[in-house]
Structure formats: structure tokens, C-alpha cells
Write a protein that binds this ligand. Sequence first.
Ligand code: KG4
Ligand code: ZN
Length: 352
Amino acid sequence: MIVLGIETSCDETAVALAREDGVVLSNAVLSQIARHSTYGGVVPEIAARAHVEALPDVSRHAICEAGVSWSDIDAIAATRGPGLATSLTIGLQAAKALALRLRKPFIGVHHLEAHVFSILLDPRRPPCDAITPALVLLVSGGHTALVVLEGAGRLRVIAQTVDDAAGEALDKGAKILGLPYPGGPEIERIARAGNPRAIPFPRGDIHNMRRDVRVSHPELCFSFSGMKTALLYFVREMGAGSGHLPLPDIAASYQAAVVESLTTQVERALDRVEVRSLGCAGGVARNGVLREAMASIARARGLPFCVAPPEYCTDNAAMIAALGAALLATGVAPTPIDADILPSWPLAGTTP
Ligand code: KG4
Ligand code: ZN
């Protein structure tokens, strides 16, 4: 089954073609980062207009790259939520119009479920049956969670962040350091020349946990707000003249604090849940230090480690198309054509 997927939940206009087994036929992404960078973050109105302008060309590009014709497409998938309401609307309406025009089924996909499912886009992974259930560390810009993936549309959130997401911690940390948006890749680039042990930033302290976070394993939750505040005070004190450290050392130490907070909980989770593989998904999964740390945990436990190639970790439509195809292939009903966007769609098992 070949599915065309559309992703417009934030500031990436993306269209891709993929099959239910995770084989990607094409992946077109137009990033709007340049349009938003002067504002230090995504401006919803600008993002929505840019999606309208870009979608026709990005779609044609995806079809062309895949070497298929419109009649070869079996279904249309689009991100239904969570995300920016105005941006989601553009992609969802375009997908519905295409489905009506081609007389093919339409399926609305959960953006974070698609990130988790992206571990199946790893071309080196063993067959699906051999790696599920998988423990997946989901680290996107707005979410951080530990998820047990059982199959398409079947997942359980066992823990999540109680405050900032890991990506948010990196983006806010980069802002404090005067680095451009998005901060994650900038911190990684600068950290390469630094010493990760230079400054002992606090690792996530889950004792600060809010009581209203209901997940099956609260002791495996994450917290990043403390280390961000520690960075802020550190930079302020440095500005006030109490010592000086090179930027690469600060970036490397801060990145190490974020990565170790994540991997500590992954190790604990592997002691508690029975899984057949370890995975990592979402934009922060592009980070080389995190990928290596996760791979080494998996190696030590004799588990396969599954992570998508970097271009399928940050927002993309290949994961939307692949999950849409897998859901339809396993008998999930298409989404009614009058279904609306769900900007705050919770991930199964999390507190909305
Ligand atoms: O999954 P994603 O593309 O968007 C959301 O669904 O939120 O994740 C974006 C996040 C941003 O916080 C960005 O700074 C982070 O992924 N990111 C990285 C890297 N590339 C992107 N973080 C660390 N290292 C990277 N190389
Ligand atoms: Zn995302």
C-alpha cells in the first residue's frame, strides 16, 4: 500500500510517500526556519501562510521523487494534531481535498505517535515482530516521554516530562547562550569543541514532580526546568565577572546534563519493563551524543537499537505516511472526511 502523507503541524511543510512496512519512496520537506528566525520562535500566522504557498510544489516534488503517478496512491494521510491550529488546518484540508479528488481513503494521524513509529523507518532494523514491544524514548521539541510501542496505533506512555521537554530545554538553553533558533543543533555543533565535564549542571530532579502527572511509572518521569535555571544563573554570574569559561565548555556541559537525564531514566525503565528493543524518536534524536549513548545502552543489554535516519527524526511526512499506511493495513477505519483538527490531541495514556 502506497500512502501520501502531509505534515504541517508547525513550521515544516512536508509531503512524503511511504509504505506500511516503513519503506519511504520519497520525502520532501521545506523548512521555514529562515522566515521565523528573526522572531526567535515560530510565528503561527506566518507558518500557516507559508504552508499554503508551499504545499502544491512540495507535493509535486514528492510525487516526482517517488517516480509514481497520482493513480498509484492508495490513501492520503495527514497530521491531525497536536500542533498549531492554523498550520494543522492547512495540511488537513489539503489532504481531504486530495482524498476526495482521487476517491481514496483519508486518515488523520497523531503527530507524536508518528514520531514514535518512526523507529520503524530505520533501514537496518530487524523485522517488526522481532523488535516489538519496543521501549521508545520520544524527544521532540514539545514532548519528552517513555513509550512502549506494541504496533501501529498501539502504544503506552509509561512516563513523561513534568515540566519542559528535552528539546525545549536545549532551545531555551541556546537562547540564554545567545545562540540562534532552533537551539538543539547549535548546542550540538558548539559542544563538539567543549569539555562535557567542565560544569556540573544538575541532572533532572524528579522530586520536584507535579502531582497531577498521571502515568504508570511516575518514578521514570523527567524534569528539565532546574538545569535551565542553573544555566541562567551560571551565565549571569559569569557576566558579573566571577570567572570565565569558553562557550563550547558550557554548551558541552549543558548538553551532557540533558542527555544524562534522559539516559538515566531509560536505564531505569529497562529494569522495569519487558521489551525486545530500544528506540529513540523525535527531533532531539538527531543528536549524535544522545544517539551514541542510547546505542551503547542497547548494546550492553543485547537489545537491537532502532532509530530513524536523522531526516526522519525532525518533523517530516514520511513518518505520517508510514503510520497512516500501517494503520489502514491493520484494519483501522479511515477518518471521516468531516473530521476536524485536534490541536491538543493527547498521546495515549498521558494527562491531557
Ligand atoms: O520533533 P521536532 O522536529 O518537532 C516537534 O515535534 O517538536 O523536534 C524539534 C526539536 C527542537 O527542540 C530542536 O532544537 C531539536 O528538536 N533538535 C535537536 C537537534 N536537531 C533538532 N536537538 C539536539 N541536537 C540536534 N542535532
Ligand atoms: Zn515533531
